[in-house]
Design a binder for this molecule. Structure first.
Ligand SMILES: [Zn+2]
Length: 313
């Protein structure tokens, strides 16, 4: 899968000021595609969602389900939770998980005979995901290819530290690793190293996501309790509003009593509420538009006609 060449993702990065069209050209596309294909199916599905930010973080829960809050499940004092917040959350569990994964990444690089300057740079640059003020690290080049190393740094800096967690790495790291394996007389494949490096980086982001979900779905978490309460209030409100504005094809959702719906699993309740509130909102907007059209058609013949409720002037 030529992931980064997908026009929608490129447009997303550009529209969000994440990456310019020029920066996207710095990505090692071939090896990102290879890494993606080597990842387990669940990570293949998760990665594009994570890159586009369209995951079940607080920001999107609030958009999808108007009753939800956009707060972070790990720490209530955090700002709005979007996907970029997940790896840099200041909650103690997030800090502990990060330290563990960051260190494991260092160990992995060492076991794979990674060029020392690549090890140091990637380890230090990853720190800026959580501490952006550290900036791009200055690392001494041990190799005999200082120009290539500087070029790799400058290329990676255009992709950003967050880009590392999305598997966006410069191809120059692979080129440097080829030279390093040759220098130390290793028969290892730099191509395989590059694919595995990208997989390791994507996994760091995924581990942070799993840690976030562990807290979000823990019944001991205050976020979970508040979320459950919001959903149940939303369901009761929908039942109180009745079938008006609910399209006939979805009226079966009201066949059960509200007690039956409230006894379903949290995931099912969330799905029920999201579906009903979205369809009701769509139907209301459609009815308001129809009323407006009728009003506009009728106005020349009868200027004293009263404007329908909900119709804009
Ligand atoms: Zn947080």
């Amino acid at each position: 899968m030529e992931l980064v060449s997908l026009p929608t993702l490129r447009m997303y990065w550009s529209s969000k000021d994440r990456l310019s069209q020029q920066s996207i050209r710095e990505v090692d596309r071939l090896y990102l595609a290879r890494a993606m294909m080597a990842l387990p199916a669940n990570l293949q599905r998760w990665t594009p969602k994570h890159i586009s930010g369209m995951t079940g973080v607080g920001k999107f829960l609030a958009i999808w389900d108007h009753s939800a809050k956009s707060s972070c499940p790990r720490r209530s004092s955090c700002p709005v939770e979007d996907h970029l917040h997940v790896p840099c959350c200041s909650a103690p569990t997030a800090a502990a998980e990060w330290s563990k994964r960051h260190l494991a990444f260092w160990t992995w690089m060492q076991t794979q005979q990674t060029a020392p300057e690549i090890e140091t740079f990637l380890f230090e640059y990853l720190k800026t995901v959580r501490q952006p003020s550290l900036g791009v690290p200055t690392v001494r080049a041990w190799s005999h290819h200082p120009h290539l190393f500087q070029s790799a740094i400058s290329s990676q800096a255009k992709l950003g530290a967050q880009g590392l967690l999305e598997g966006l790495v410069s191809p120059n790291w692979r080129h440097l690793q080829v030279l390093h394996f040759s220098y130390i007389g290793s028969k290892k494949s730099a191509n395989l190293w590059a694919s595995r490096l990208i997989q390791q980086l994507i996994r760091i982001g995924h581990y942070m996501w799993k840690d976030r979900n562990r807290l979000a779905h823990s019944e001991d978490s205050s976020w979970y309790t508040a979320r459950k309460r919001e959903i149940d209030i939303g369901i009761r409100e929908q039942f109180a509003m009745g079938l008006m504005d609910i399209p006939p094809r979805l009226q079966y959702l009201f066949r059960d009593s509200h007690e039956t719906v409230l006894n379903k699993s949290l995931e099912d309740r969330q799905h029920w509420l999201r579906l009903v509130s979205r369809e009701r909102a769509i139907n209301r907007r459609s009815l308001a538009r129809q009323c407006q059209m009728i009003f506009d058609l009728a106005r020349p013949a009868n200027p004293t006609l009263t404007r329908p409720p909900g119709a804009s002037p």
